[in-house]
Design a protein. Structure first.
Length: 744
């Protein structure tokens, strides 16, 4: 199609520095170990996790991962191995040059060309005395990529250029030392030199890494079916969500699908908001309401219902790991009841998180303290709090600077030191009467030692000011203050993205709890606006849910148009998705008027045992924890609640699921139950048409079309006089259909 030329910058690409190296006091230029030598080592993968940057190093030579510890790397290069890695008098004989060029055997292969500019820089640095990192070295402040945004077409190419801005105000072209990767290879690929090739349509990005700094080049590639401006101008808009979605659809040449019908919205809103199907009375009340008001009235009823409390208690229990495999029975109940009370009271999300972070007391009296029973070291507390409440996975920074984010090893241990004084009586097996009761309190002293430095970091929330070591206040209060501020860019975005994923099947950022800068949103203005709306609403989650449910974006049909069938993330239509395991099991019981008995639970430190936690009639969405034994829930991807990660839940279809629905002991016994819906209809002398209508209204919240009805009548006729088996076959066919097992 063509090539995008970045005028004035393309010529600099792959040329190294745009200005000479830093100058010495006597006016001679020199190369910097920190800013030049380490950049070369990073570019050629010498300090990567697959080479000398691995924990044990390679061939007796170990470097810090991606060069995060300049002083240690300088010592390893110039002092270790009797200094043989550096030959100042004859740089070419230095192992640092001889091995990567192939002059001496090198298991890593040839990494450096003797004619290259990188070879010359290393040689000149050695010849000048191999100076080490100094306190006066200019520090990298940020990097910038050009073009930062570009509108392209499939087949186009574009050359990226990268500039580094240092603390001494130097601006240096570092394109040849940067590393590039694509966020979505289906839209755009990029080679090692920053040359982008467009492969498909959509919005993608190229990650650029240099010196532990990340930048993004965003690429817009419209689809090949332009949408007339006046066509989108006529589309109904209910709130800011619709405005921002339609702006993006216009840019991408995608046409939005029309509104879904009322019965589709009824079923969809029930399943997404309260995790169950509407019953006959709820369906009729909805249809009896004035057409202009029925959807808004339904939204308010759902948000005010007890079913809402059950569903969202379960959802937040997934994130908070309410799990009998890791907590004793009384602690599980207390933790679950604390979460349920918070949902029932519509407690603002910032208040919920603050109460968890600053919790103290007895585990059976203050259920929030069980967050700390699950995460018992300052490092675990740090990682799980960041993952759950900020959508940040900072575990990599425990050993070295994060390779895909800005978080440093120092920041990790500064954050961990905020939890250093959390203590509990009963940890390590000491429990009152063996019942698992723990008392959480905060000590007056104690710090986390950073292994690489042998001393503690000042207790510091990420991106905030450090606390004094001697500050007597519970350090977690300062953490909660910082974390739950409306200005915190991570906090409101993280919970907004989780709520968004519940209603649309995918977050604006995917994975839903991976909000690092190198993982951009599919619609950044929309995520920003939604997060700001939540913060301005005092973190009232129902306010965010309401504006989502009321949007035309949410209420669109799932039926694709020729001009949006390729879209799977830009919200031109509603995307069908399989029901989560617990909702699906409850839906089967609701349709058939049966129930599932949950009485086998695996508690911490004990084998699976019978309990009376869950009386007959308890729905799967009302279970306290994930320790309940259920083959169906396990097979259909229930979250086991072992780690704080949405990846624990699976919606992937499998052959095992198909076989279980066909031959397993979940659906078939329910179809054969003596007092199920089919048996009751038979006792009432219902005919086949009445059975078909009842099944459709209960399972799909709609009546069958005449064609569907005739197709099902034909199936029944094949059974001749055996109507019992015929009706079971009808019910089985409907309950295993995509229309039932998916939300549309």
């Amino acid at each position: 199609m063509g090539t995008l030329v970045v005028v004035g910058l393309l010529m600099l690409s792959n040329q190294g520095h745009a200005e000479p190296p830093a100058a010495t006091p006597d006016g001679e230029s020199r190369w910097s170990f920190r800013n030049d030598v380490q950049s070369i080592l990073s570019r050629h993968g010498c300090n990567s996790g697959a080479c000398h940057g691995t924990l044990a190093g390679k061939g007796g030579f170990r470097l810090s991962l991606h060069g995060f510890d300049s002083q240690a790397d300088f010592q390893a290069i110039t002092k270790q191995n009797r200094g043989r890695r550096i030959e100042i008098a004859d740089p070419g004989r230095s192992l640092l040059l001889a091995k990567p060029t192939g002059a001496l055997p090198h298991k890593g292969g040839i990494r450096l060309d003797t004619d290259s500019r990188d070879y010359r820089i290393l040689a000149e640095w050695i010849a000048a005395g191999a100076a080490g990192p100094a306190a006066a070295d200019a520090r990298l402040v940020r990097i910038e990529v050009t073009p930062e945004q570009a509108r392209l077409a499939p087949g186009d190419t574009a050359q990226l250029a990268v500039q580094a801005i240092y603390s001494d105000d130097r601006v240096v072209d570092v394109t040849s030392w940067a590393k590039f990767s694509a966020t979505d290879e289906a839209i755009a690929g990029v080679d090692e030199n920053g040359l982008v090739t467009i492969r498909g349509s959509g919005e993608g990005a190229i990650r650029v890494w240099f010196g532990s700094r990340i930048a993004l080049a965003r690429l817009t590639v419209p689809f090949a079916h332009p949408t007339p401006q006046n066509e989108l101008a006529d589309v109904q808009r209910n709130n800011f969500i619709d405005d921002l979605v339609l702006d993006q659809l216009q840019t991408l040449n995608l046409t939005p699908s029309p509104r879904c019908d009322d019965e589709t919205f009824l079923r969809r809103a029930f399943l997404d908001t309260v995790g169950r199907l509407p019953n006959e009375q709820q369906r009729q009340a909805y249809l009896d309401a004035p057409e202009s008001l029925r959807r808004s009235q339904l939204i308010e009823r759902l948000l005010a219902s007890d079913d809402y409390v059950d569903y969202w208690t379960y959802k937040w229990s997934d994130m908070l790991l309410v799990n009998g495999n890791r907590l004793r029975p009384q602690a599980v109940q207390a933790y679950y009841q604390w979460v349920r009370q918070a949902v029932a009271e519509d407690r603002p999300w910032d208040e919920v998180v603050r109460q968890i972070l600053t919790a103290t007391g007895v585990s059976t009296e203050n259920g929030a303290t069980n967050f700390y029973a699950l995460h018992q070291t300052p490092e675990e507390m740090t990682e799980n709090a960041c993952q759950a409440f900020l959508g940040l996975s900072i575990g990599c920074a425990k050993c070295h600077n994060h390779p895909l984010e800005k978080w440093s090893n120092d920041q990790y241990y500064g954050m961990a030191n905020l939890f250093a004084r959390v203590r509990a009586k009963g940890w390590g097996g000491e429990t009152r009467n063996g019942d698992g009761i723990r008392t959480l309190y905060v000590a007056d002293s104690g710090d986390v030692i950073q292994p690489t430095r042998g001393k503690p970091q000042p207790p510091t929330p990420l991106d905030a000011q450090p606390l004094d070591f001697d500050d007597p206040q519970d350090r977690r209060i300062a953490l909660a203050d910082w974390m739950t501020k409306a200005e915190n860019p991570y906090f409101s975005r993280a919970i907004t993205n989780r709520v968004w994923a519940n209603f649309f099947g995918r977050g604006l950022v995917e994975p839903v709890d991976d909000l690092r800068i190198s993982n951009p949103a599919s619609n950044e203005p929309l995520l920003r606006a939604s997060a700001e709306y939540l913060a301005e609403s005092a973190f009232d989650l129902k306010s965010l849910m309401r504006v989502i449910l009321e949007s035309e974006t949410y209420q669109r049909s799932s039926v694709p148009l020729p001009t949006n069938k390729e879209d799977d993330r830009y919200l031109s239509r509603y995307y069908p998705r399989r029901l989560m395991a617990e909702v699906l099991l409850d839906a089967v019981d609701q349709v058939l008027q049966t129930s599932t008995k949950f009485d086998e639970v695996a508690f911490s430190g004990a084998d699976v045992q019978k309990t009376d936690f869950y009386p007959t009639g308890t729905r799967a969405i009302q279970l306290y924890d994930s320790a309940v034994s259920s083959y169906f829930l396990k097979t259909f991807g229930r979250n086991p609640r072992e780690i704080v990660c949405e990846c624990e839940r699976s919606a992937e279809p499998s052959l095992v699921q198909v076989l279980h629905l066909s031959n397993g002991d979940t659906l078939n016994p329910k179809l054969n139950a003596d007092n199920n819906l089919l048996a009751r209809l038979q006792q009432q002398d219902a005919d086949t048409d009445q059975v078909i209508t009842a099944l459709f209204e209960r399972a799909l919240a709609r009546r069958p079309t005449e064609q569907e009805r005739e197709n099902l009548r034909a199936i029944v006729r094949e059974y001749e006089d055996n109507t019992t088996d015929a009706w079971r076959d009808l019910a089985w066919s409907l309950l295993t259909s995509t229309e039932f097992t998916f939300n549309h």
